[in-house]
Design a protein around this ligand. Structure first.
Ligand SMILES: [Zn+2]
Length: 82
């Protein structure tokens, strides 16, 4: 089993590696009631060490998405100051 994964922590908003922490087993009736899978994998954040369930992990952000708009060239013509 893969014991490490890369994701964004919903507790500290740190994007990093998560260590496999265990599995949470829910009785089928409880799982259905809360809309959860019967077996939820638990991960430990490498930054804040809080335990986060598989369903709460956020996908790791891609850096490019934050930069592409900022690098758009400006169309203003340079004017000579008198
Ligand atoms: Zn964290």
């Amino acid at each position: 089993m893969n014991a490490t994964r890369y994701a964004l922590c919903p507790t500290c908003w740190h994007a990093g590696s998560f260590q496999f922490s265990g599995q949470q087993h829910w009785p089928p009736a409880i799982a259905r009631l809360h809309g959860l899978p019967p077996v939820v994998t638990l991960w430990t954040c490498s930054n804040c060490h809080s335990t986060v369930s598989e369903t709460d992990l956020l996908p790791a952000p891609t850096c490019r998405r934050f930069v592409w708009r900022a690098s758009r060239p400006t169309a203003t013509r340079p004017e000579r100051a008198k």
